[in-house]
Design a protein. Sequence first.
Length: 274
Amino acid sequence: MRAYGSWFLALLVLMASGVVAGFVFVGCDRPRADAALPEIRVAAASDLYAAMPELAEAFEAGEGVRVVPILGSSGQLARQIEQGAPYDVFLSANREYVRRLSDSGAIEPGSVRPYARGPLVLAFARSLPEVGEGLDALSDPSIRSIALANPDHAPYGMAARQALQNAGLWDALEPKIVFGQSIQNAAQFVRSGQAEAGLIARSLVPDPSIRWEPVPPGLHDPIDQYLGIVADREGRAAAGAFCAFLVSDRGQAILRRFGFEPPGGGPSAGAGAD
């Protein structure tokens, strides 16, 4: 996976509920003067795992505000916000979780907007022998495990299950399926070889240990990413500036480099391996 200088030590965070796993990026050897910087806490869907360090660094350089990302599945993060977790911004992998929080008053209704679309891809562990193309390849006997994010709370898992159902493959493949708590967990199963294949986020396949191809978008609902500002937080101004940065030309250029499409869709990247 791409490295970003001294920035990023990923720490596994076990939340008080005992079931929520997320990642926090913290500075490793930042100058001591950085301690004086204001900061915002951004609860972000884990398809942003690779992109968030660069987004955070660019925003800090421009605005002088440190971004502390907490990554996990959208459903888990939404539940934490409902329970009063001290986050300033929510970046969800779908609209529904943000809408529910907006309806309840936990997210400022006027702040809700789309910021990207996340393509779903079929990924294979590099160690897997060559198999056929497309979702039908998942029936190959050499594929014993197929990694998906848990569809109960992860939008990519919901889309993956929908794609397999629409392709008429879900019932036959269900015994092979293993669930990660988030899309990052599912991608890690493929990277490590614990699963020979997976349906994961395009943004999580810059690693050469994964080869991939697009999943036809017509097989599942679009994975539209939405943001919202958490209500009644002192960092509201900085949170608003970060949201504006995400939808700015600079923020969108960074997201495109990590495989995201513009809100509402756009040209898809071709298949390959980086």
